[in-house]
Design a protein. Sequence first.
Length: 302
Amino acid sequence: MSQINRGNIARLTQEGLAGIFGQSYAEHPKQFSQIFEVKQTKKAYEVVQGIEALAPATTKDEGAAFDYQSFTQSFNPKYIPVTYATGISISKEAMDDELYGLFARRAKLLGYSMAQAKETYHAAVLSRAFNSSYLMSGGDGKEMCATDHSKGPSGGTFSNELAVGADLSPTSLQDMLIQIGTATDSRGNKIALMGTDLIVTPANQFVAYVVTKSANLPGTADNDINAIMSMGSVRSVIVNNYIDETGAWFMKTNCADGLTSYQREAVSFVDDNSFNTRSIRMMAAERYAAGWSDPRGIYGSV
C-alpha cells in the first residue's frame, strides 16, 4: 500500500513557499448525465427485456376469419454495476508537519479522482462504439453503432451508423438525420424517431456549432438556408471531453431506452486512523453500470 510520508512532501514541511500548484485546476461540469439516462438501482444487476412489436394489420375478407398475431421476447441487455474506489494513507508525522493545508482538502482530492473515473467509464461506451470487441451483455451481439443490428426473432437488420463513415459536415449530419427519420421497429413499423442532441469531442466542437447554428448553408457561396438550423433538427450540442475517439460524433435520439446508467451506490467517503501506525487513511468508493438497451437511442459515425 502506498503511503504519503514526509519524504513525499518535504517542501511542504518548510515555511516560505509562495504557493502550491498541480491540484487546483478547474473541473469540467458533469457530462455523462447529459448523454446517459441515470437511474437508481438496489440490485446486483439490472436486466432490460426487449419485446417484439406487432406487425401492421392486414385486410379481412367478408365472412372470413382474421389472422391472429404473436410476438416474443428478444434481447435482454444486462447492466452489472462495478465498484470504483481509491484512497490515500498519510503518516501521522506528515499530517502534523505539513504547513499549507493540503491534507485538509483530502476529501476534495479524492472526489476529483472519483469524478474523473466516472466520466471516463461512461465515455468509454462511446469511445468503443464502433469496436466489435466491446458488446453489451445480453444484447444482439453487435457493437453499439453498427450497420447490421438484429431486429429480433422475426428477422431483419437495421443500422444506427452511417453506411460510409464520414467526418461531421452539413451533408453527413443531414444524412444521419434522414436515417434516423426513416427508422422502423422490430416488425418494420415506421416509428417517430428523431434526433435530439449532437455529441462531439473538442476536436469537432467548432464544426458542430458552424453546422448547427449558421443561418445559411456553411461552406458554400450559395445563399441557401441551413435547414438543420431552420428546422431545429438539433436541440443542443454536447461537447464531451472524455471520448478517446476524437473523430467520432453521435446523434442522440428520443428513443426511450437508449444509453442508460444505473447508480447502485453513490460516492461515499470513509476516514479513519490506523491503530498500529497512527496513519490517517481516507477512501472513496462508488458503484455503477452503464451501457445501452435499444441501439436506436444513439446513432454515430467515425
